[in-house]
Design a binder for this molecule. Structure first.
Ligand code: COA
Length: 185
């Protein structure tokens, strides 16, 4: 059986980035990201109402890690590790099937600099080599071509297109599911 239990939070580094645990001090940056309509355009989730809701969200990430339910990293540049610019993480872990869903977002000031690509590569390597996931999935809004291209670039293939399976703000939306197999299995 797969587990997400580590003796300490797995901080990851890449050439330019540090991927670290969420902290309550990230609340303002995370609130800014999750209320930014450019970022949230294709993320069909209610926006946080206030900073208290975001702090609760961060506490749930931290508890999720403590309980071994999920693993979410803050993305920061190495030279400014306290300044959150984005996030990447595994959310819906399906332990029995060694499968988890990856998600990511980045502040628009940093788009098209290869940052999510760098973070995604590192977190996929971690998911396959350290967590021993068998498959990684991603669920996108069908209009989100930037995310689709990102997934394809990293070797994901389209596994499904669900018709109107997701209800958000009065509409039933389609979803596209992408998947990546652990190349070492
Ligand atoms: C999608 C998103 C994460 C891309 O992050 P990014 O750091 O700008 O992406 P990168 O610079 O690493 O780009 C990697 C690849 O993704 C694809 N890509 C990224 N942005 C794209 C865009 N606007 N249009 C088309 N393809 C795009 C390209 O294939 C790109 O490779 P290339 O530069 O060689 O062409 C960012 O736009 C974002 O945060 N969007 C809002 C949140 C979101 O939609 N998250 C995904 C939810 S499923």
């Amino acid at each position: 059986m797969l587990t997400l239990n580590f003796t300490k939070f797995p901080v990851l580094k890449t050439e330019r980035l540090i991927l670290r645990e969420h902290d309550l001090d990230d609340a303002e940056a995370l609130f800014a990201l999750r209320t930014n309509e450019t970022v949230m355009k294709y993320i069909d989730r209610e926006r946080p109402k206030d900073i208290f809701e975001i702090k609760d969200f961060i506490s749930r990430f931290r508890n999720g890690y403590e309980n071994g339910d999920n693993l979410a990293w803050v993305i920061a540049l190495k030279e400014t590790p306290d300044k959150m610019i984005g996030s990447v993480g595994y959310w819906r872990t399906d332990f029995a099937n060694h499968r988890a869903e990856i998600g990511y977002m980045l502040h628009p000031d940093y788009w098209r600099q290869g940052i999510i690509s760098e973070a995604l590569k590192r977190s996929i390597d971690f998911g396959f080599n350290e967590v021993n996931l068998h498959t990684i999935s991603a669920n996108i809004n069908v209009e989100n071509d930037a995310s689709r291209q990102m997934l394809i670039k990293h070797g994901f293939v389209k596994e499904a297109h669900f018709k109107q399976d997701y209800y958000f703000r009065g509409q039933f939306l389609d979803s596209e599911i992408y998947g990546l197999l652990n190349p070492n299995h």
